[in-house]
Write a protein that binds this ligand. Structure first.
Ligand SMILES: Cc1cc2nc3c(=O)[nH]c(=O)nc-3n(C[C@H](O)[C@H](O)[C@H](O)COP(=O)(O)O)c2cc1C
Length: 199
């Protein structure tokens, strides 16, 4: 797939629309190579990935459930159900996390997390470009100390994305995108760029 086609065509595929099969190892390795090609200030390589598939998904589901029950007094039943079932609904879950160096003299933490987010986007585009689909999720599990510890991440680890991956069961509609004129302004003229007036 051509680069712009992949960039413009990437979209979230919701869990009910993701099914088998997942990628083979060679395809997964290519995706991770694409992730590792992200811009990375200071070349700290903060991006890390956990690959969860097969029986691992059951263990992840039970970790998410246990975490929610231990950290929330009375979690909504729907939320509990999601923790229990989401990892089992797709063939592959990738957990992207940042291995932070909080005391780095030059590169602030936010830039280390930004590098991981850039890696996640590369990954999502690569997934789409090879005919698979994915959803980037965060929510409770991304910020839960119980989940972080249960996954074996260090105290300096931050979960940036829980990526549900599978094969789209049907073509997913492309969501509306913001117009260029709404997101870009000429400076210092302070007028929208690309508003069709030759600007
Ligand atoms: C940092 C981050 C966290 C996200 N967390 C969630 C999430 O918890 N649940 C969800 O449904 N989507 C989540 N998303 C995905 C966005 O909702 C999705 O990309 C957006 O709706 C646009 O749809 P698209 O991906 O099809 O363009 C997240 C995206 C980002 C960048």
């Amino acid at each position: 797939m051509e680069a712009f086609e992949a960039l413009l065509g990437r979209r979230t595929v919701p869990l009910p629309k993701l099914g088998e099969p997942g990628p083979d190892d060679a395809t997964l390795a290519r995706w991770l190579e694409a992730a590792a090609a992200a811009p990375d200030h200071g070349k700290l390589v903060p991006f890390r990935f956990l690959i969860v598939r097969g029986e691992g998904r059951r263990k992840l589901a039970s970790l998410l459930e246990r975490a929610l029950l231990s950290e929330r007094d009375s979690p909504p039943p729907g939320e509990l159900e999601k923790m229990r079932t989401n990892p089992l609904r797709v063939p592959l879950v990738l957990i992207a996390w940042a291995e932070l160096r909080p005391d780095h003299p030059k590169i602030p933490e936010i830039e280390q997390i930004e590098a991981v987010a850039a890696a996640v986007e590369n990954l999502l585009v690569a997934i789409h470009a090879t005919g698979f689909g994915a959803k980037w999720a965060t929510g409770f599990p991304a910020y839960s100390p119980t989940v972080r510890q249960g996954l074996g991440l260090p105290a300096t680890g931050r979960i940036v994305a829980i990526i549900y991956v599978g094969t789209p069961k049907a073509e997913q509609a492309l969501p509306p995108r913001p117009a260029v004129a709404d997101i870009a302004r000429l400076w210092p003229e302070n007028r929208p760029f690309g508003a069709g007036d030759g600007s």
